[in-house]
Design a protein around this ligand. Structure first.
Ligand code: NOJ
Length: 535
């Protein structure tokens, strides 16, 4: 057997975790921006959907230069989203409803408005205040590193000193060699754990430790800031020193009851290397970007799954599976066109070829159904349960992603997957807000609003049925074996056979249909559809 059923059935081993992007979930205040009271209002819909936990993208005090991933106070709630009392209410309400709550921790960088950075730039070169960040004092660029959002990874202050930022210039990188930085983050972890959060999704953990002396990136021209399999680790990623930090954090989490968990947003390949991030005394899980980047191709999905089980089983960690998040083109559009590596976060503009929305949605529903039968943890991103497409014709004047600005519009960035959710047809933003939504919705959101998806064949009902079956059949902690079916990818988990038709012709299937991504219960599986069958 490729993967054996696991004994542990904790939520972080076998559950389904739903990502909430607070700005775009539901707005209770009427200012056009989603907020914590809106999330509280929407929680029953998530219970109805059948997820086990929610992960909240950042809601902390922030100038919002990078959608809140530029934090200026880690122990606060930005007034845009509500108050700490709202947060406590949210956690209590989620727990009453049986949902776990994970929050985002952003330790690689702060906002340039964070008091630590403000204090640093008003202190002299060489001071202990400056040692919280990476400052350099030469005339020219200190090294050849580039920002993931485009342009150099260094910005010069008016006093002539440079500071490092792997993302936007408003997001200076912290110096994790400084024990004071480590101490501050341990306090931050405890602050939220004491408030009852069940865990953290940790942003860019593989970037926190940098190679001694910040040497040039040896293959920056080829890789940008990315990763090339088989090459030595770039000096800003995957440094061994980072593991001590996670071990320390794990000890802190383990001192709390009930059990808390952390997920690393570690873009680390190959997966055998990523497995180091989920050794028993480090992260509980990491995002499986290998699966996300495999797109929807038979060979790449097969090898991603094989590598995942081999790597994660070796360290007794669950594999996670993910097809969407707030950084990538929504899968209902991605699978309807060739848009390159999803994690490049390039987006779609009205000048690009537009997705085939029908094919995209068909494949997206099938891919999700396939994913939800895999043992391990599945992550869903808000709105995918409605079959929402990317906003692929957003006007440039509405864009907010720093990627758009740092590349002079060459990469339009991630706004298209962050558009406010449609709930019903009660107002101009389809029930999202009584005000003007911060990003406009495409026309199709009217039809796709949650309240409109009551027909058994709607995407929302498909997700609900799949999540219910997944739980009833204990697929989350089941086993995995491939089934050999020409033109298809098939596997068995417990008594369920799962088949996706990658070929151009229908495949005849044998068994009782439990659920079919097309909604048809025939004994033929059409191209691009997935079916679950019982023996
Ligand atoms: C990953 C987050 O998912 C993304 O939205 C953010 O821009 C970068 N990390 C920087 O924090």
């Amino acid at each position: 057997m490729i993967h054996k059923p696991t004994a542990g059935n904790q939520w972080w081993r076998s559950g389904v975790i739903y990502q909430i992007y607070p700005r775009s979930f539901l707005d209770a205040s009427g200012d056009g921006i989603g907020d914590l009271p809106g999330i509280i209002k929407g929680l029953p819909a998530l219970v109805d959907l059948g997820v086990d936990a929610v992960w909240l993208s950042p809601f902390y005090q922030s100038p919002q230069k990078d959608g809140g991933y530029d934090v200026s106070d880690y122990c606060s709630v930005d007034a845009l989203f509500g108050t700490l009392a709202d947060f406590d209410h949210l956690v209590a309400e989620a727990h009453n409803l049986g949902l776990k709550v994970m929050i985002d921790l952003v330790p690689n960088h702060t906002s340039d408005q964070h008091p630590w950075f403000q204090r640093a730039i008003s202190s002299p070169p060489g001071s202990k205040e400056r040692d919280f960040y990476h400052f350099r004092y030469e005339e020219d660029l200190p090294n050849n590193w580039v920002s993931l959002f485009g342009g150099p990874a260094w910005t010069k202050l008016t006093d002539g000193s440079w500071y490092l930022h792997l993302f936007d210039s408003s997001q200076p990188d912290l110096n994790w060699n400084n024990p004071e930085v480590r101490k501050e983050f341990e306090k931050i972890l405890r602050f939220w754990l004491d408030r009852g959060v069940d865990g953290f999704r940790v942003d860019q953990p593989h970037a926190m430790a940098k190679a001694e002396g910040l040497p040039d990136h040896p293959y920056v021209e080829e890789a940008g800031a990315g990763f090339i399999e088989g090459r030595e680790s770039p000096p800003m990623w995957f440094q061994e020193e980072v593991h001590d930090i996670f071990r320390r954090w794990r000890k802190i989490l383990d001192s709390y009851s009930p059990e808390r968990a952390m997920c690393g947003e570690a873009y680390v390949l190959p997966l055998s290397f990523m497995a180091k991030w989920v050794r028993p005394d480090e992260f509980h899980q990491t995002f499986n970007f290998r699966f996300l980047d495999a797109d929807w191709s038979l060979e790449r999905i097969r090898s991603a799954i094989n590598e995942s089980f081999a790597a994660f089983d070796a360290v007794s960690a669950p594999s996670t599976w993910v097809l969407n998040n707030h950084d990538v083109i929504r899968h209902a559009s991605r699978f309807g066109g060739g848009y390159g590596r999803p994690t490049a976060s390039d987006g779609i503009s009205s000048k690009d070829p537009q997705p085939d929305s029908q094919l995209g949605l068909q494949k997206a529903r099938a891919a999700t159904l396939f994913m939800l039968a895999l043992p391990g943890v599945s992550y869903l991103y808000q709105g995918e349960e409605l079959g929402l497409p990317e906003h692929s014709t957003l006007e440039d004047s509405r864009r907010q992603d720093p990627t758009f600005f740092r590349t002079g519009g060459k990469r339009v960035g991630r706004d298209g997957c962050r558009v406010p959710l449609p709930w019903d047809n009660s107002n101009g933003s389809n029930g999202f807000s009584d005000g003007d939504p911060w990003l406009p919705q495409p026309e199709i959101f009217k039809e796709l609003a949650r309240a409109n998806q009551t027909a058994p064949n709607s995407t929302l009902q498909l997700y609900k049925k799949a999540l219910k079956l997944r739980k009833e059949l204990s697929l989350g902690n089941g086993g995995f074996d491939w089934l050999e079916i020409p033109g298809a990818l098939g596997f068995q988990n417990r008594n369920v056979k799962v088949v996706h038709n990658f070929s151009d012709a229908p495949i005849s299937i044998d068994g009782t249909v439990l659920i079919n991504s097309s909604g048809n219960a025939t004994d033929l599986l059409e191209p691009n559809d997935t079916v679950w069958l019982s023996d």
